[in-house]
Design a protein around this ligand. Structure first.
Ligand code: EPZ
Length: 420
């Protein structure tokens, strides 16, 4: 099993490039099915979630390759319409292939999603949206079969689900007629999917706002698109510099996508200077607790940045209160942070950090993707050596994290084993 050894206490200095957005490229890879031609997605990070999406595309009969930071998909010979159960279990966001497959093939088969490490992850909003476009849905063992030639309709999302918004937009792109999506999620990755579809010739308006309209039609047979930078990876490296101290520069950031994150770090006394697409992060001598951080759909504070920010708050003076409103079970990293000396109380969706905490190296294990990132942040600020096991969680969403941290001066060493 891969593990990471970090000996903390060293401030970070230097410049790193921010990877392409995991949550941006995954929907683009799903959308590559819609054209029936060739799609090239540039600025793609090398991640295990991207590998899983490549496997799904190949399982469906597409040619899908990854080289030099770009994914190329030829979906002309696509024959399949079943999203493989093994991959649905491995990557819950595989559900975002549902809309494109159904829209392209007139049918789709998907296994009922298990929960995931963040709690039950239902797909009721996705199914409701497909029904609104004319799909018939029936159960078949542990699977769901969706059938129907999609026609434009009205999709009123009960909650602004990111994935359900993306599935709706992609399915609507091939549905006959106009689709209206209300209460749509407004994440930057949704805006980017809208730009991708527009570049492919789809008439779409309002992507990135609460109301999106899509005119169904054909997509261009060749699409080349550059994915946006990963705002959560950026937030993670800001957390690392805040916790460890020092001064780093992040290259390739979208300022407008980081507003709620930069507000929290500014409250902590972190110096943040944007210059075109770079961000300089200067850690203060002493961090201050940011007060209360409530996770919200965009443009609120992103739930994915909660664990790394919490880790940075361990080094801040004062109480930091977190309210996790998006996922039921997003504090699984807390017991592991406590093993490093973190003083954190959890009561349901609220977590209170009493800082500053004296952090000492320990053996810990990643519980999920962003929880694992939180352990890395805390280890950088801990005295002594921390061993982080179950690194495969972190590999899902962070490209070359060990190499980047080492380039910033961290004492980090990856011990590669056979991942279970
Ligand atoms: C996306 O997940 C992201 N994943 C998540 O990032 C992110 O945390 C989440 O959006 C919220 O921003 C990708 O983009 C691949 P949701 P998604 O549908 O689409 C409930 C990471 O760390 N819900 O907006 O699955 C759901 O249970 C990952 O990179 C329903 O009830 O998130 C959750 O409580 C983690 N029914 C809430 O909505 C549904 O049909 C938000 O889920 C769908 C969702």
């Amino acid at each position: 099993m891969s593990r990471l050894l970090i000996t903390g206490g060293r401030a970070l200095y230097g410049e790193i490039g921010v990877q392409g957005a995991k949550n941006g490229v995954l929907p683009l890879m799903a959308a590559s099915i819609l054209s029936g031609g060739v799609t090239v997605i540039e600025n793609c990070p090398r991640l295990s979630d991207v590998d899983a999406a490549l496997e799904i595309l190949r399982h469906l009969g597409c040619e899908a390759t990854f080289e030099n930071g770009a994914v190329t998909v030829d979906s002309s010979a696509m024959t399949g319409w079943e999203i493989p159960d093994t991959l649905m279990r491995r990557m819950r966001s595989s559900v975002m292939f549902l809309g494109p497959v159904l829209a392209r093939c007139g049918q789709a088969r998907i296994s009922m999603p298990g929960g995931c490490e963040l709690g039950p992850r239902p797909i009721d909003l996705h199914l409701e949206a497909m029904r609104s476009l004319g799909a018939e849905i029936r159960e078949d063992g542990g699977n769901l079969i969706l059938e129907g030639r999609l026609t434009g309709g009205r999709i009123d999302l009960a909650t602004p689900s990111v994935g359900a918004t993306e599935n709706s937009m992609m399915a609507a792109a091939l549905a006959q007629g106009t689709t209206l999506i209300t209460n749509a999620a407004r994440e930057p990755e949704i805006r980017d999917l809208g730009r991708f579809l527009e570049s492919a010739g789809v008439r779409i308006h309002g992507a990135g706002t609460s109301t999106v309209t899509v005119e169904g039609g054909k997509l261009r047979p060749f699409i080349r698109y550059r994915a946006l930078p990963d705002r959560i990876a950026a937030a993670t490296y800001i957390s690392a510099a805040a916790a460890a101290g020092g001064r780093i520069v992040l290259r390739g950031v979208e300022r407008e996508d980081l507003t709620s994150v930069t507000e929290a770090f500014t409250q902590m006394g972190v110096g943040l200077t944007f210059r075109s697409d770079t961000l300089e992060v200067a850690a203060p001598g002493e961090l201050k607790a940011p007060g209360t951080v409530v996770t919200r759909p965009h443009p609120g504070f992103p739930t994915d940045a909660q664990p790394p920010l919490m880790a940075a708050c361990l080094r801040a003076r004062g109480s930091a209160a977190f309210v996790e409103t998006i996922f039921e079970n997003r504090y699984r990293h807390v017991p592991e942070l406590r093993r490093l000396g973190g003083r954190i109380r959890v009561d349901g969706r609220v977590a209170i950090v009493e800082g500053p905490c004296r952090l000492r190296g320990a053996q810990v294990e990643a519980t999920d993707l962003r929880g694992g990132a939180a352990l890395v942040v805390a280890a950088l600020a801990a005295e002594g050596t921390t061993r982080i096991d179950r690194l495969f969680h972190v590999d899902r969403g962070y490209e070359n994290m060990t190499g980047l941290l080492r380039s910033l001066g961290a004492d980090a060493e990856r011990i590669d084993g056979k991942d279970t």
